[in-house]
Write a protein that binds this ligand. Structure first.
Ligand code: NIG
Ligand code: FE
Length: 429
């Protein structure tokens, strides 16, 4: 893996067509653009002709991008990347007539992945997650959120969150971890959801003290946890100063979004069954709506998230892969852009903002990620495209030429070379 540039390395990236997304609307197109980076930060981005000579003074490396399109690095702000096994058999069961909820209630679903995750060897867990991350990274992803939620015990949740941290240490991608201990009821707590929530509230301080938690999430649903249980966990997380997220209104309207908004949550995710009052509450608290077209598609959901109401209320909309073995075994964020447009009727610009500016906001990173502007982390993707609207247009094709993460240049095809894990990675167990 590349070593990080020293803070003083100044690099000029020229002959680029920039889509900066730096303003509150529009693509921020700069036809003859350049970017100057210093260490892991963007020092300047704009028309090459307007570049101050002082800026080019200390430049020690120069890259000609040949007129290619450059966007901020993509951000996948909702994934469940760390798990063992897969659930192709449940996909088959659903095609033979069973519903997702029926499978979950019969002990399959999330709980079958919990069994496989607990049984998986730690190195294998990390390796599988790295391989999945590399698929996303090959399409220009430079920041990735990774949730736990398939361990469901103090020990196994910690193990999954450590794997997520290790992934970030081993691959050129920024990782944000989310503790989703309240994802499903583990067998040890069968019929005792309140006791399980009490246990989770007790695990959180230790997970946090180990530096494993950037945010806390829950699955508020009739097959997940009630609003009252979710509230109790939010109180415990808030007491630790941890930001909140919520799987809300995915299969039914539980009033989860309003609850999350009351706690100032960073995001509410899924939202197909979001009510008008939920929209209003999110608008008031500035909570991001993370829409997940992969899960909508794979579950053959027919109720659309209230996109126009979210727009009208000024709720920022993000898009993510929701990669998980049960409802969205998708490893392409670009496909999610296309599906956000075709299924949810987002515009291509909304879709791109959904995986850059607004995805950064859903992770609490809006001051440092998601735009090409001075002071931001030097994360960008270089595309063999003429216009950024093509990112949402093509599907089943990867136009990503190269990626810069934290100022370091990489080819997007890491997945083919199966980047070796560092010794720390190998030691992880
Ligand atoms: O985001 N909704 C809950 N969690 C996941 C599904 C998890 C699973 O089925 O394994 C989701 O869709
Ligand atoms: Fe999810």
């Amino acid at each position: 893996m590349n070593t990080h540039p020293s803070h003083h390395t100044r690099t000029l990236w020229r002959h680029a067509k920039l889509s900066t997304l730096a303003d509150t609307c529009g693509w921020g197109l700069v036809p003859d653009g350049a970017v100057v980076t210093e260490g892991n930060r963007i020092l300047w981005a704009g028309p090459e002709a307007a570049m101050d000579l002082d800026l080019t003074h200390g430049v020690t490396a120069e890259h000609d991008l040949g007129g290619a399109l450059v966007t901020p690095g993509l951000i996948d702000c909702h994934t469940h990347l760390v798990y063992g096994g897969h659930r192709a058999h449940e996909f088959e069961q659903r095609l033979n007539g069973a519903s997702y909820e029926e499978i979950a209630r019969a002990g399959g679903g999330i709980r079958s992945t919990v069994t496989a995750t607990r049984a998986a060897d730690g190195v294998a867990l990390l390796r599988m997650a790295c391989e999945r991350a590399q698929c996303l990274m090959a399409e220009g992803v430079t920041t990735l959120e990774i949730k736990s939620g398939y361990g469901l015990s103090a020990e196994h949740e910690a193990r999954c969150l450590r794997a997520a941290r290790q992934l970030g240490a081993n691959l050129p991608v920024t990782v944000r971890t989310t503790a989703l201990c309240a994802h499903a009821l583990p067998p040890e707590f069968a019929d005792r959801p309140d006791d399980y929530i009490s246990a989770v509230c007790e695990w959180l301080p230790a997970l946090h003290a180990e530096g494993l938690v950037d945010a806390v999430d829950a699955f508020c649903e009739n097959i997940g946890f009630t609003p009252a249980q979710t509230r109790r966990m939010f109180e415990a997380a808030s007491a630790l100063g941890l930001p909140l997220k919520l799987h809300a209104e995915q299969l039914s309207d539980q009033g989860g979004a309003a609850l999350a908004a009351e706690f100032g949550a960073l995001s509410c995710d899924h939202l197909e069954y979001l009510s008008a009052s939920g929209v209003a509450a999110m608008a008031k608290s500035g909570t991001v709506a993370v829409l997940l077209p992969g899960a909508y598609y794979f579950l053959r959901e027919t109720k659309l998230p209230p996109v126009q109401a979210l727009r009208d209320a000024g709720v920022p909309i993000a898009i993510a892969s929701d990669h998980n073995p049960g409802t969205s075994p998708a490893l392409s964020l670009l496909l999610m852009l296309n599906m956000a447009c075709t299924l949810f009727r987002l515009t291509p610009e909304e879709a791109l903002r959904g995986v850059t500016v607004n995805a950064a906001r859903a992770l609490g990173l809006s001051a440092s990620h998601g735009r090409l502007a001075p002071g931001m982390q030097a994360d960008f993707a270089v595309w063999d495209l003429d216009h950024p609207n093509e990112l949402a247009y093509w599907f089943g094709h990867n136009p990503c030429q190269r990626v810069v993460h934290a100022g370091v240049h990489r080819a997007p095809t890491l997945v083919a070379s199966r980047t070796a894990l560092s010794p720390e990675g190998a030691r992880f167990a």
